[in-house]
Write a protein that binds this ligand. Sequence first.
Ligand SMILES: Cc1cc2nc3c(=O)[nH]c(=O)nc-3n(C[C@H](O)[C@H](O)[C@H](O)COP(=O)(O)O)c2cc1C
Length: 232
Amino acid sequence: MELLDVLRTTGAVRAFRPDPVPDDVLYRVLDNARFAPSGGNRQGWHLIVVRDPAVRAGLRDLYLPGWYEYLAERAAGLVPFAPITDEAAEERALAQAQAIAQTAAQGQGGFAEHLDEVPVMLVLLADLRALAAMDKNLPRYTLVGGASIYPFAWSILLAAREEGLAGVITTMPIPREPAVKALLHVPDEFAVAALIVLGAPLKQPRKLTRNPVESFTAVDRFDGQPFVAPGA
Ligand SMILES: Cc1cc2nc3c(=O)[nH]c(=O)nc-3n(C[C@H](O)[C@H](O)[C@H](O)COP(=O)(O)O)c2cc1C
């Protein structure tokens, strides 16, 4: 595929044909994705290919509460799980998650409720001994460590595209990280970075909704003029 087309059209896919993804295809995806960059080239990722139906169901069960919490925060008009937020409003919103879960349990379920059925389920871990977390001593929420892991996650999706596959990076189980780690026998030194799912897409999105360059750029200072296309 043409690179710009890939960059502009690789959207999140959560509905798949039931066809299994052959191991040689998944291997090729990972073999191409491993060229992703990381701070100091430390490649501090570890990936678990989850096949066992019981483990998959366990991960689904650890995904669901985060999903309902996400929906509860969104329903309350919050930006779900934002590090800077109205904490009291967040607490009030989260108290509604149980009710949302109960309503969902009566329906037929969507991606989250059927998560265990995805063709490929990958759990991406970060080795905390390997990350170049340049902000680890700053008095704010830390962010930079993940930057050594998530390019690899994105490269998995890009490499999957080349194979006619698609998927999504998910993070909903991470609030329950201790339980995820126990389920997968993950050592203490590792953090859970993502649960990535892949498969043959029911349909590939062609048109993604993204903000224009002018909306997130500024020249010389934060509140400077937007960086605009020449001649605009
Ligand atoms: C770090 C990260 C975490 C995400 N977590 C989830 C998730 O837990 N569940 C989910 O369904 N999608 C998740 N997504 C997918 C986003 O919702 C998706 O990329 C975004 O809405 C854009 O969707 P689009 O590509 O279809 O336009 C995540 C994406 C990223 C990059």
